[in-house]
Design a protein around this ligand. Structure first.
Ligand SMILES: [Zn+2]
Length: 179
């Protein structure tokens, strides 16, 4: 029997990784972004690792693809969704500001596509960039809170299969009730 609330229960390192990657995958599903694969790799000596490959809609962007700002923000939310999920799970991330690659990627996306927040003076303008990132991290947190039952489904799938693709994730989540 699953417990009624996963909040505050103890999770193994592998489960935590599965939750984290499931969060990225559910956010990508929510925004209808193409998912390559989602993977978790248990490793006793080194750290257990995971990865979700999500297609980048800004790459080769055409005017018909929708506003670039929106695509960037969706991508940033997908990046933040891993740690946001851990945060929903049990407050797991002590310092919510420190995200490793999950924070570096959104920043480099802003730079690569020249999509710094409105009013931003330079790529070092923390007065505009930091609150912008914070707003999108909050959005990721809210999204993962709302879609936590979906995160549970993908987490279970990852624990059972280790690697899953776009079709398998969509099969378990369905294509309705996405928003
Ligand atoms: Zn991550």
């Amino acid at each position: 029997m699953a417990r009624k609330s996963p909040i505050r229960r103890t999770v193994t390192r592998l489960e935590r990784t599965a939750y984290h990657e499931a969060g990225h995958a559910v956010a990508a599903w929510h925004f209808e972004l193409p998912i390559g694969t989602a993977t978790i790799r248990p490793n006793k000596e080194k750290d257990t690792r995971g990865e979700v490959v999500v297609g980048n809609q800004l790459n080769g962007w055409q005017p018909g693809d929708g506003p670039r700002r929106q695509l960037l923000e969706e991508r940033m939310v997908v990046d933040y969704a891993g740690y946001a999920t851990e945060h929903v799970l049990d407050g797991g991330i002590g310092d919510y500001e420190v995200y490793g690659n999950d924070a570096v990627n959104p920043r480099s996306m802003m730079r690569i596509y020249n999509l710094h927040p409105p009013g931003c003076q330079s790529e070092f303008d923390e007065a505009t960039i930091a609150p912008y990132e914070k707003r999108l991290r909050r959005r990721a947190f809210k999204l993962m809170k709302e879609f936590f039952p979906n995160v549970e489904k993908v987490k279970e799938l990852l624990l059972a299969r280790r690697t899953v693709n776009h079709a398998e994730i969509h099969a378990v989540l369905g294509d309705s009730d996405r928003s």
